[in-house]
Ligand binder design. Structure first.
Ligand code: G4P
Length: 540
């Protein structure tokens, strides 16, 4: 995907003017709800691909060039994430991909830290699924505006009104439908656009490879031509009107209500309405608060933060790629910026777009854009880069780990490789690494999902030539603690383990929530803070 340049005419716009025409968002969904299909259809509607099918083709090529991604192929999962940039209606759209599997929700959290809005895709036959909920929690923690797409309306599914209740009850987000289906699911004819009262009737194209043909029908014509299907849609829309489920910009931007669009990514029905809504309603990048809560204006000198690190994507070039979200100013390739926290200068000669292993040079970027910096081995997740006046953006906090395993090299002769891999994979956030300050010197890996351990072992073996023996520990939850409480906890016996994170934080690991609850009720003065609170508290 070649990067989209500046406004036409070659004139240099103010960064705030460039930011105003940008939309940076992510799609969240349970696996199989249709995220990949929808992404591809966005590209089709934006004219970035002539025919749907290109993303899959790229996907295959991408996999073929990376041994790491061979694991994705073997397991049929998406571990990596990428960024697509395309232009649509004189806007620049940045679509940040998130890994679908729940075990990588920590990675998703980091990607969402770089997005300004999200689209939640639900399969109408399945409704709200486990992963949708988990990912939505991340959006809620950031008060992020969320648009909802009810996908697969071409197939039989749940009653759409019941789905709205499900969204409200399970997610706690008030749905406000903008479009509504005409025709029962399975015989999906088109949508009512509640803004105009018109029906938009769609016709399929072969394999959904090209945009769907759209006809606009006024109410009288729709009643004549669509009969019962139209009558039912009108009745349902009447119910929505009666409860006042109308789109409202302010509560949408506050993350309290969600505009709902219906359609089918497979047949392209309703895709245009959704993409238009991203441009019309999703927020443009705004000034971001720094770690002290001061806003860095969009027209201030360049600044951005690292939200993701990926290494060794291309085995031929053992490289290290940092994904940087631009927050202010104009980024120009080759400029020298400062690195926070080290304060050292950092040159940006090798700046690229970040669509999987495919790289195109990026020359300029503006707030909302994502720049990939190659061979950025000194950069860590959460670091800031800036030009001129110094700034530090808030850290991207870690998820509370729920799984723990003691890690030892299987071959002690390869200890050096083991150390190097451990350090690298921790830096990328593949797993968290904890150490016992007093006892066993071998590290304890901490993760949110089991598959993170698998990725760790696989990459350690394939990229660093060191195999690892992982012994799960019986712990299931962690709390932040301090020295005084840690000393008390050590006295309580072996059911609690005290470990140290690289940033010096002390974590107490517990085997069961009951034991923790008992200690908390017996010793209310002890410091045992949920790690998740930290996540919500420091979101920007
Ligand atoms: P994901 O990225 O969220 O995991 O989902 P993906 O787009 O890969 O879609 C999962 C499956 O659902 C795919 O079928 C896809 O074709 C199908 N799908 C997506 N959107 C729609 C829709 O609007 N209607 C219908 N009927 N199906 C849809 P598959 O059989 O697993 O893959 P494929 O062989 O079609 O590629």
């Amino acid at each position: 995907m070649s990067p989209v340049g500046e406004t036409t005419g070659g004139e240099r716009e103010l960064p705030s003017a460039e930011a105003a025409r940008r939309r940076t968002f992510a799609i969240i969904s349970h696996p199989d709800a249709g995220k990949t299909t929808l992404t591809e259809k966005f590209l089709l509607y934006a004219g970035a691909v002539a025919e749907a099918g290109a993303v899959k083709a790229r996907g295959n090529r991408r996999r073929a060039t990376s041994d790491w991604m061979a694991m994705e192929q073997e397991r049929g999962i998406s571990v990596t994430s990428t960024v697509l940039q395309f232009s649509y209606r004189d806007h620049v759209v940045n679509l940040l991909d998130t890994p679908g599997h729940r075990d990588f929700s920590e990675d998703t959290y980091r990607v969402l830290a770089a997005a300004d809005a999200a689209i939640m895709v639900l399969d109408v036959a399945k409704g709200v699924e486990a992963q949708t909920l988990k990912l939505f929690e991340v959006c809620r923690a950031r008060s992020m505006p969320v648009l909802t797409f009810l996908n697969k309306c071409d197939r039989p599914g749940k009653d759409p009104l019941a789905l709205l209740d499900e969204i409200e009850d399970q997610i706690g987000l008030r749905p406000t439908p903008v479009t509504w289906p005409v025709g029962v699911l399975g015989d999906f004819r088109g949508v009512v656009d509640r803004r105009s009262g018109e029906m938009v009737r769609f016709s399929r194209t072969a394999h959904g490879a090209r945009v769907a043909v759209e006809e606009r029908l006024d109410a009288a014509q729709a009643a004549r031509e669509e009969g019962d299907a139209w009558a039912q849609a009108v009745e349902e829309v009447g119910l929505l009107d009666a409860v006042g489920a109308d789109f409202e910009e302010k509560s949408f931007l506050a993350g309290e209500t969600s505009p709902v669009f219906v359609g089918s990514a497979l047949t392209n029905f309703g895709v245009r309405h959704l993409l238009d809504a991203v441009v019309d309603h999703a927020p443009a990048p705004g000034p971001r608060p720094d770690a002290e809560g001061r806003e860095r204006g969009l027209d201030a000198a360049f600044s951005g933060f690292v939200f993701k690190i990926q290494s060794n994507m291309d085995p031929a070039h053992r490289d290290h790629l940092a994904f940087v979200r631009v927050c202010s100013g104009r980024f120009e390739r080759g400029m020298t910026v400062s690195h926070e926290p080290s304060g050292r200068p950092f040159t940006t000669k090798y700046a690229t777009s970040v669509f999987g292993a495919e790289r195109d040079t990026i020359d300029v970027a503006y707030p909302g854009d994502v720049v990939g910096l190659v061979n950025a081995s000194d950069l860590r997740i959460g670091d800031t880069l800036y030009a001129e006046g110094p700034v530090r953006f808030p850290p991207i906090p870690s998820f509370a780990p729920e799984l723990f395993a003691q890690a030892r090299p299987s071959d002690t002769g390869r200890h050096k490789q083991f150390r190097r891999g451990l350090e690298q994979l921790e830096q990328e956030g593949v797993v968290q690494v904890l150490y016992d300050p007093d006892g066993d010197r071998s590290p304890v890996l901490a993760a949110v999902g089991r598959m993170q351990f698998e990725v760790f072992s696989y990459r350690l073996a394939h990229e660093f030539g060191a195999s690892v023996e992982l012994s799960p520990t019986p712990h299931t939850l962690a709390r932040r603690t301090d020295e005084a409480t840690a000393a008390e906890l050590r006295r309580t016996g072996s059911r609690v383990r005290i470990l140290v994170r690289r940033d010096g934080a002390l974590l107490a690991l517990f085997e069961s929530p009951y034991w923790l609850a008992r200690l908390q009720s017996d010793h209310p003065d002890w410091c045992l803070e949920p790690v998740l609170e930290e996540m919500a508290g420091s979101s920007s």
